[in-house]
Design a binder for this molecule. Sequence first.
Ligand code: FES
Length: 110
Amino acid sequence: MGQYRVHVFVCTGGDTCPTQGDVEGFVTHLRGEVARAGLKDDVRINKAGCFSQCGHGPMMVVYPDNVWYCGVQESDLRDIFESHIVAGKPVARLQYAPGVKGANKKKGAK
Ligand code: FES
């Protein structure tokens, strides 16, 4: 068992995801939701560097479920927070399923 029940990583450090959405704002928003819900001991929201999935973003990963989200927009954060982070039910419509293991950058993405 890890230090947190849910550990979320938002790609803020790469060259592409930050151009596809306000990923710094996603982190701020989710951290606020965690604090308001009194979940700071259970849930950690971290900024992360590139996941080598550039062009599919904004990308986010939720552990220990190992659920990857792609194309996340601000309007999706409520579902991710309420359904997945709080209730443990991943948001199927946002799940990333490229069908290949490892790096999967879109052509032209940095
Ligand atoms: S910049 Fe986000 S996966 Fe590469």
